[in-house]
Design a protein around this ligand. Sequence first.
Ligand SMILES: [Zn+2]
Length: 85
Amino acid sequence: MARDLGTKYICFKCGTKFYDLKKPVPSCPKCGADQRDAPVAKPQTARQQRAAAAKEAEEAEVPKTPEEEAEEKEEDEEEDAADDE
Ligand SMILES: [Zn+2]
């Protein structure tokens, strides 16, 4: 069984999945990036993850683009003109 691969990493630079093979320096076999240099940007706690998900959902709920609204306005103006005739 391949159980002696050490810690699993996903390279923060190129996305390659690899194991550090218990080496002192976990460097990507593809691009050579030292994984200890990886920027810590992802939310760590479940609470933070929920907050991030909620924010995404909120942003996705925007009902209309400015373009769509402009189109509707144009239609209304046309109706008004028809009434005047
Ligand atoms: Zn890499």
